[in-house]
Design a protein. Structure first.
Length: 79
């Protein structure tokens, strides 16, 4: 699950974790976002909306979303 994946990254020292989400409103996307938020909360980490970006299910969209995350003033250490 997304919660377990994010918890694993946190366990390896990551504190700024980016997420490329799918279409908002889809149940699977919303479940993944909820798992992401739960893992952050369980670790006492604040949710940062800048680290959650929307993306389509194709490589070009993923590349653009990753560039957006990595271009942040404080980029994530993991996506």
């Amino acid at each position: 699950s997304t919660r377990e994946l994010v918890a694993h990254l946190i366990g390896h020292g990551h504190r700024r974790i980016g997420m490329i989400a799918g279409h908002r409103g889809l149940s699977t996307t919303e479940e993944r976002i909820e798992g992401y938020r739960q893992a952050l909360a369980n670790a006492g980490l604040a949710f940062d909306d800048a680290l959650l970006v929307d993306g389509e299910s194709n490589s070009e969209s993923a590349r653009l979303a990753a560039q957006q995350l990595l271009g942040l003033r404080a980029p994530p250490s993991a996506i």
